[in-house]
Design a protein around this ligand. Sequence first.
Ligand code: NAP
Length: 305
Amino acid sequence: MKAIVVTNETAGTAGMTLAERPEPQATTNDVLVQVHASGFTPGELTWPGTWTDRLGRDRTPSIPGHEVAGIVTALGYGTRGLSVGQRVFGLADWTRDGTLAEYVSVEARNLAPLPSDIDFTVGASLPISGLTAWQGLFVHGRIQAGQSVLVHGSAGGVGSMVTQLAREAGAYVIGTGRAADRQTALDFGAHEFVNLDNDSLEDVGGVDLVFDVIGGDIGKRSAGLVRTGGMLVTIAGPPEVQPAEGLAVDFVVEADREQLGEIVQRVRDGRLRTNIGQIASLDHAVAAFNPTERIKGKTIIRVRT
Ligand SMILES: NC(=O)c1ccc[n+]([C@@H]2O[C@H](COP(=O)([O-])OP(=O)(O)OC[C@H]3O[C@@H](n4cnc5c(N)ncnc54)[C@H](OP(=O)(O)O)[C@@H]3O)[C@@H](O)[C@H]2O)c1
């Protein structure tokens, strides 16, 4: 089968190549998925699981991409809950070959049914950003109606989902990002926008929840904005500064079939809009992941037309 492979950790997306790889087998509890669309997250080439298996053994050449939408073509031994021919979407394992390929083998529990009225490209754009936003807001952040949320990178893949879900949950949403992202963030539902290049973050005052996707200096300064009893939720690694009278949580997104169902239902009924910036074929994936100009939103690879 055709797949995008990486062999060199320091090369980043420039080290991606299109190659022929053996088709994977569906092992115990897996389904084999014929990939129709695949999603890739900035930063995954720095994650250890891209390069080694769970025991830390080199597993290169590896196939990146952890988001998938496609059709089940085979069931592994003992697999339950999904059937051959079913449309599915979800999250592939961090330490196995991923979804930038014509086929991927995934544990069935990490996938959910994809309704027939949702395009595969949309399905592939939802798992990481949707689940991360859902888990950060509702599982870790325990957001309540009436609370205020500062959403960093609110025009990006994760931030745009956080903005919409927080707004739907009745929160007051302050988005952040670059100057050019203001209108996008407001269109996704932010009540206000802070331009991180020019505005003073400190002028935001206190908020109940900070959702940080950027980290570094922005993460450090954000800790001081968390009100007493509030929370700093981050996906940018362990926070370097803790809120003085609040909690900090950093987490890695997990697959969850029920939450995928909640997310896709919101897309179907118009409460949630995905944030796709460009769609490219597998043959053009390497160029798409090495753009010559800034792409806003996620890059999705349409593997099968
Ligand atoms: N822990 C987890 O479970 C988890 C899950 C999902 C994602 N992540 C990580 O979270 C990060 C965000 O993912 P994503 O898919 O949302 O990425 P994304 O689509 O690139 O969104 C990030 C947004 O933040 C903006 N931004 C970044 N640095 C900024 C700065 N210094 N000032 C102003 N704006 C800035 C980006 O603008 P530009 O495009 O102009 O830089 C972009 O709009 C990635 O590093 C990803 O690897 C972690």
